[in-house]
Write a protein of this length. Sequence first.
Length: 477
Amino acid sequence: MGDRKGSMSGEAPAFDRRFLRPGMRLGVAVSGGADSVALLRLLAGAASEAGLVLTVLHVHHGMREADAEMDAEFVAALAGRLGLAFRLHHVQVPVVAKERGETLEEAARNLRYGWFRELLAAEEMDAVATAHTLDDQAETVVQKLLRGAWTEGLGGIHPRVQYPGGFILRPLLEVRRTEIEGWLRATGQEWREDLSNRDTAFTRNRVRHELLPQMEGYNPQIKSQLAHMASIAREEEAYWETELKRILPGLVLPGRAVRGGGRAVSTHPDEGTVGMEVERLRALDGAMRRRVVRAAAAGLGYELNFGQTERLMALCEPSLPSGRARREMLGEGLMAERTLRELRLERKAAAGEDQEALPELELRIPGTLRVEKWKLSLTATLAGDEAGPATMARLRAPKPGDRVYMRYTHGPRPLKEIFERLRVDAAERRNWPLVEWQGKIVWMKDVTLEPDPSVPFRIMEETGEPAARKGQNESLP
């Protein structure tokens, strides 16, 4: 790892200013590499005119020893020369990666974004800018393709993503890395070179240094083409999301149809059923029909793969063998049934489980709730200094479709994913304690959730609770 500079001519790259606002408190994520150094220099140059209040953010990942220390010193010195505040955040990527069963890449990314989201949730920043470039966008799209992403995945990196309390912005998403380095050389600005970015043990580096150069041999503009495809995919997915919100409420109906009209809905916390009228499904074009059945399954807590989706599409065909209902097991606990009138998806509880269900109980805020039978004691305290009006939250068991925002991860995650990481078996999942307030899950046993600035209270489980699960860190999902 070392400093880089040069003397190549070049104009300042044109970056995306659409989401910048006067008075915005903007954190700038700077690793010390060329992309992030250029982003900082560009934003610093525009700060006075745009009315931005900048803070330089640097994450020390607990890797690369002396090189990492030199990176931090380099970024701190650059911030000082620009007259900007500097904040350093230490994490231990190797430790967290081992605890979570993640790759080093995944753990580092999740820890970085976890800190950014903490800053936003605490209202210390209005937004955080990261230095993703057009090259990063192309690499991301290729990786999504290799993993078998659906069309929504081809949208790649979004220029703006909203989290509780603020936004993540990517102002350089339409700028090539060669343009950035050329400009830095022209201005005599040094940057740090991370040798791990050339280590092809990492998937992204293999895509960057091996696969994409081969693709450029077929089409020298492949990176731009992939970035353009991502932009189109994001716009089209936004359209489909709007259409789904319009059509789903009247098409995907809860419960089973019963004779005489109406629908029967299971009250079992680990069961759920939705039905869709076959003729109405068949009236949709294939693209919308596919999205509807996937959304219906997602509402029950399942993410269908291609094969499962196509089996549901086949069940929409007009004829039934012998005129009888047809049933197919799509995955663990998810049954599809085609009747003469409906395509039905049913989530079944594991066989042989007769444990009493966790009751739904009110938790007064501020206040304490004790459930002796479940050895559970929760205390809710107001987060602010001043006492506000009392409100109520609800202790309950998980429901199909529940998702939560977890620390150090991107976006809301389904409970199934959390339970798998915690190694919670099916019997325990049915009655895993949650607290819901105004439609949000604000507390989950043994899981640290992302702070939400709109929640005016905190919930703590009193000591004496069962020990944390083996291998679990308090911040892990």
